[in-house]
Design a protein around this ligand. Structure first.
Ligand code: AMP
Ligand code: MG
Length: 348
């Protein structure tokens, strides 16, 4: 397949009139796959009423068929194409507060929603993204769009146009844009039971959610994920990545990193390239020890760290790194989300 690429700036006010964008929305509606930006990660979309196209998502990604998809809407009205007419009262309160935005809700599905989307469940995952390109694409297409992250299954999610190279030839369209607002997958909350439960930590932190849902069920540490798809290998580059356990003192953390780096890949070939993923606070310690390191950004700006994480994991492979270490983060606030992804990336 000859993939067409289209660049749209999020600040552009005229993209909706562009002929290419309109062709892309028509192709999506007709059952072609389209990669589009959201505020979390790039999504690989297919309309929910085109069975063959939905199945093509799983083939294009190599995704296990029992890992259900999140359905995205472009305007609120589209929820009725996906869920039952009587969602819990809390859904209205939460969607008013967090939508459009990086929160996914699990609700009872409407009749007729494909089992390919839900993995044979009675429930469906639904999100209203805030990214304008995603919103207009889905609204103009007229049908909600099922879209997992646009990466080969198991690999880190794509957050920059260069990460989409591997999908060329597998989809009809790729819409590229500037760096994404969050660069990490949505928070998932199940509203199926009386008490809501957090299934995957994301950009909206547990602390923020608890302001509105004091009794929210959060599994301890939240690193043992409970969303069905989280049992699979995830966010892993080809490089072997090991965790430097977090300690508050930056010098102590760096000293541990330097010690661990010396032991890294000891049984492997000494020619193999190694690297260390650190933060702005510790980078000078590693540089002084002549360690090849890449920073995720400053710890005081965990949103920046989160949005750099998948890119930096991909850089390891791009640079032919064989083993790497990554510094841990305090499991608090967005640190819970970051550590959820880091722990998956470091588990083989
Ligand atoms: P991805 O789009 O690749 O970030 O993954 C979507 C996540 O949503 C996976 O972890 C799925 O297991 C989860 N998910 C999708 N639908 C449901 C559902 N009906 N119930 C519970 N989790 C779901
Ligand atoms: Mg994914």
């Amino acid at each position: 397949m000859d993939t067409k690429t289209l660049y749209i700036s999020v600040n552009s006010s005229e993209f909706e009139q562009s002929e290419e964008f309109l062709r892309c929305t028509k192709d999506l509606r007709a059952g072609k796959l389209v990669i589009f930006p959201t505020e979390t990660v790039y999504g690989l979309g297919a309309v929910i009423n085109h069975e063959e196209s939905l199945q093509e998502i799983f083939r294009a990604k190599g995704r296990p068929s029992d890992n259900p998809l999140i359905v995205h809407i472009g305007e609120m009205e589209q929820i009725w194409q996906i869920i039952e007419r009587d969602p819990p009262e809390l859904f209205w309160k939460l969607s008013e507060r967090f939508w459009p935005g990086p929160v996914t809700f699990i609700l009872k599905k409407a009749k007729g929603i494909s089992e390919t989307i839900t993995g044979n469940r009675d429930s469906v995952a639904i999100r209203f993204p805030s990214n304008r390109i995603a919103q207009r694409l889905i609204a103009l297409c007229g049908v909600p769009v099922a879209a997992p992250s646009a990466n080969i299954s198991g690999y880190p999610s794509p957050t920059r146009p260069e990460h989409l190279e591997e999908m060329k030839g597998r989809v009809q369209w790729i819409i590229e844009t500037e760096p994404l607002e969050f660069g990490i997958e949505s928070t998932i909350i199940s509203l199926l039971e009386e008490t809501p439960a957090l299934l995957r930590p994301g950009p909206v932190t547990t602390e923020k959610l608890k302001e509105m849902i004091p009794d929210l069920i959060v599994k301890k540490g939240m690193t043992e994920a409970i969303a069905p798809g989280m049992k699979y290998k995830h966010y892993s580059p080809n490089a072997e990545v090991k965790l430097i356990p977090w300690v508050r003192d930056k010098q102590e953390l760096a000293e541990m990193g330097i010690r661990m780096f010396k032991d890294l890949c000891q049984d492997g070939n000494s020619e193999q390239k190694k690297a260390l993923i650190c933060t702005d606070e510790t980078i000078s310690y590693y540089k002084n020890a002549n360690i090849d390191c890449i920073s995720l950004g400053p710890r005081e700006d965990l949103y920046r760290v989160a949005s750099n994480l998948f890119h930096v994991l991909r850089v390891l492979d791009k640079n032919g790194i064989h083993c790497a270490l990554i510094e841990g983060f305090e499991e608090k606030g967005l640190g819970i989300t970051i550590m959820n992804r880091v722990k998956k990336a470091t588990s083989k």
